[in-house]
Design a protein around this ligand. Structure first.
Ligand SMILES: [Zn+2]
Ligand SMILES: [Zn+2]
Length: 331
C-alpha cells in the first residue's frame, strides 16, 4: 500500500513525511482493517511531525481522523461487516483495567495508545484498529467532511463541556481553526454567544460567518466579560489573555495536547474562583455523544482537500494559519 510516513521528526518546511510502499496491515484479534478514504489533518499531527511530541513509534504513519470502509475483520472481531463506513480516532486503545478506565475516565488511561503517534494512522491507504474503539459514522456526511469531526470535533466538544458553559452564556474561543469552527456550531445550537479571538483576519471572518457575535485579535478585550473560554491555539501567552476576559467563577479550558510555556500569572487573574483546566483526549462516550449531536444539528465542516502525497504541504498550511476550517487528505 502507499503510505506517507514519518522517519524522523523535523520542521515541516523540510518535508519530513515521505511517500513509501508498506505491506498492507493484516487485522488480528478484534481489529478491523479499514480501506482509508480520507484523513483529517490535526494540529497534533504537526506536533508529532515536528517532534514536540517525542516519537513513540518510528517510523510512524501519522493521522488520527481516519475515514474509510471496513475491508476485513480479525478472527475475533464481530461488530462490523465488510463495507461498513467507520472512523478511527485518536484514542486507539486503552487498558480497560486501570482506575481511570474503570471510572469512566478512559481518556486518562496511563496505558492508552494513540493513533498516528504510538500506532500507525490514516496517512495511508489502509489502517487497522480495535473494533471497540472505532466509530460507526453517521450518514449524511461525505468522507472528507466527516473526517474533521473525529478529533477537531470530538475534542472541541469535550472542551466545550468541561468549560462548564451554559445555554445563554457568553463563550470565548482563542484560535479559530478546525476545532473552533465545529465547536461554535454546537455552541450556537445551545444558544451560546461566541466571541472569537484570533490573530488571523481570515479566521476572524470565518468566525463571524459562523455566527460569532464578536471577533477580534487575541490581545483585544471583548465588549463583555465571559462565562467561559476555550483555548485551541498552542500559545501559552493566550492563557493570560484569556483569564483577563473572565467573569468571577468562570473557567478557561485548554483544548490542546501541547502548548508553549505559560508566562507567570498574577494571582489576581485567577482569584475569585476562576479556574484553569486542561482537556486530555476524550472518552468513547464523548465521541458517540458528539457524533449524534453533529448529525442532529447538522454540523457543516469547511474543508480544504489535499492529496495523500501533499501531506507536508497540508501541515505547512496549517502551521501558517492558511487553512479556513480543516485540512483533509483524500486517500
Ligand atoms: Zn486504563
Ligand atoms: Zn487531533
Amino acid at each position: 500500500m502507499n503510505a506517507c510516513v514519518l522517519l524522523a521528526p523535523g520542521p515541516v518546511e523540510s518535508s519530513p513525511l515521505r511517500m513509501v510502499e508498506l505491506p498492507k496491515p493484516a487485522p488480528t484479534g478484534r481489529q478491523v482493517l479499514v480501506r482509508v478514504r480520507a484523513c483529517g489533518v490535526c494540529r497534533t499531527d504537526l506536533h508529532v511531525v515536528e517532534g514536540e511530541l517525542p516519537p513513540r513509534k518510528s517510523p510512524v504513519v501519522p493521522g488520527h481522523q481516519v475515514v474509510g470502509t471496513v475491508e476485513a475483520c480479525g478472527p475475533e472481531a464481530s461488530r462490523f461487516r465488510p463495507g461498513a463506513r467507520v472512523g478511527i480516532p485518536w484514542l486507539h486503545q486503552t487498558c480497560g483495567l486501570c482506575e481511570y478506565c474503570r471510572s469512566g475516565r478512559e481518556n486518562l488511561c496511563e496505558k492508552a495508545i494513540f493513533t498516528g503517534w504510538m500506532a500507525d494512522g490514516g496517512y495511508a491507504e489502509y489502517a487497522v484498529a480495535p473494533e471497540d474503539f472505532v466509530y460507526a459514522l453517521p450518514v449524511g456526511f461525505g468522507d472528507l467532511h466527516v473526517a474533521p469531526l473525529l478529533c477537531a470535533g470530538i475534542i472541541g466538544f469535550r472542551t466545550l463541556r468541561l468549560s462548564g458553559i451554559q445555554p445563554g452564556g457568553k463563550l470565548g474561543m482563542y484560535g479559530f481553526g478546525a476545532a473552533a469552527h465545529v465547536a461554535i456550531q454546537v455552541a450556537r445550537h445551545w444558544k451560546i454567544e461566541v466571541y472569537a479571538f484570533t490573530r488571523d483576519e481570515r479566521h476572524r471572518q470565518l468566525a463571524l460567518d459562523l455566527g460569532a457575535v464578536w471577533a477580534g485579535d487575541s490581545q483585544e478585550s471583548p465588549p463583555a466579560l465571559l462565562d467561559a473560554v476555550l483555548v485551541f491555539a498552542p500559545a501559552g501567552e493566550l492563557v493570560v489573555a484569556a483569564l483577563r476576559t473572565l467573569k468571577r467563577g468562570a473557567t478557561v479550558a485548554l483544548g490542546g495536547i501541547h502548548m508553549s510555556r505559560i508566562p507567570p500569572l498574577d494571582y489576581d487573574l485567577l482569584y475569585h474562583e476562576r479556574a484553569l483546566r486542561s482537556v486530555a483526549n476524550n472518552t468513547r462516550r464523548d465521541g458517540e455523544d458528539f457524533l449524534r449531536i453533529a448529525a442532529e444539528i447538522p454540523i457543516q465542516t469547511e474543508v480544504r482537500e489535499f492529496g495523500l502525497g501533499k501531506a507536508n504541504e497540508a501541515l505547512n498550511a496549517l502551521k501558517n494559519d492558511a487553512i479556513r476550517g480543516a485540512a483533509v487528505l483524500r486517500v
